[in-house]
Structure formats: C-alpha cells, structure tokens
Design a protein around this ligand. Sequence first.
Ligand code: PXP
Length: 239
Amino acid sequence: MRLGVNIDHVATVRQARRADVPDPLEAALLAEKAGANGITVHLREDRRHIQERDVERLRQRIATKLNLEMAVTPAMVAYAEKLRPDDACFVPEKREELTTEGGLDVIAHRARVKDAVARLQGRGIHASLFIDPDPTQIEAARETGARGIEIHTGSYCNAGGVAREKELRAIVDAASFAQRLGLEVHGGHGLDYENVCPIARISEIVELNIGHSIIARAVIVGIEQAVREMKELLAKARG
Ligand code: PXP
C-alpha cells in the first residue's frame, strides 16, 4: 500500500503569518525520509495554502512522486501541462468550502473531464478522478479514459456505528467494481489513526492520500522537542 502525504496544512500554518516557515518542501523531504511514497498538494484557485512556488520547488526536489490535486479548469489544466506532476487528481472545488466536499460529478461534467484527462495523460501524467463510491460515477470515470480513481472516504470517516459499516461496504464494493473495470484505485479524505485500518485492508486500494491527521499528529508529537530547543537557547543566552 502506497502512502501519499498531503502537506497542504504545512502551508496553511505558514500562510497564517505570510512567513517563510514552516516550509512545505522541508516537510515533504522529511515525510519521504519517514517512508512516504508520494507527496500530495492541492493548488486551490484561492491559493489559501499551497502556492505555485511550492509546487514548483516540490517538482524539482522530491524523490518520490508528486500528486497534484486540481480543479477541472482551463487555467489548472494548462498549469499542470506545463508543470508535469507525476499524477494529477481532479477534484471539485468551491471557494467557500473548508476542504473538498463530496466527489467530482463526472456524469455532469463528462466532456470537460474527458478533455482534461486526455490533455494531461497525453503528457504522461497519470490522471485520477476523486469520486464518491458510486458505481455510476465509476463507470463514467472509466469512460473518460482516466487511469484511476480516488474513492472519497469522507462519508465513511464522518459516520459512526452502523452507518459507518454501510459506508465501508460501499467503499469495498466500489473498489472491487473499479478494479474490474481496469481502473487503479486510490482512497482518501478524513482518514486518521483511528479509522484507517478497515480501509487499508481493502486489497484493491493501492494508494491512500492522507493529510490533516498526519500534520495534526506532527504538531503534537513535535511540540516537546520544539519547546526544549527554545528553552535550551534561552538558558544558553543567559550563560
Ligand atoms: N484526497 C483528496 C482528493 C483531497 O482533496 C484531500 C484533502 O485535500 C485528501 C485526499 C486528504 O484529506 P485529509 O486532509 O482529510 O487527510
């Protein structure tokens, strides 16, 4: 199972101060050192976290693969054609949302998605479509010619008890159906240390993209060292 680490929220912290740190590239290199199989970033239209310069530095410096999450817009398609990430994942995007809400409606935007997929895959970029675990969307995804899909795991993560079991079943069935259609299957959104295992056991899913929970955990497990370093510096300054 490949793990793509989404580092958007490193940039969220940096942008809160419009500062230089924390640097998403530095985070990406450490994530790779820890075993990440890829780095994922979402270059949003409003540029609220990741900036074009971040994506370009990542493109030049990371050793694993770069997965660019992007809206299906002419500007983003042109940008990706030029940048040439290894993978591109098409997501729906609304300005007012806190994070990606719901999967891409491939049926409603079939022609536009198909054209975008063809343009990127023509440049050797593997395209995947971020969709809900819905067989009609999976069929439409296959018709676009995309190499794969990323199943939106958000509803599973947000549900509890019996409802979560039902959401899990839908993901299991969707993964199996998509694989039978010849699509490579990824998953992501809302996965954390508590809910990831049942998803990780689905053998058809070959890649998970996880962001918020890893960055949130990094802040907590890193805080002791950060405070200790500052205390040591203060003590040294006083001789
Ligand atoms: N996959 C996609 C397509 C996403 O849009 C996101 C959020 O940017 C993720 C995975 C990661 O989600 P999370 O930050 O909740 O782990």
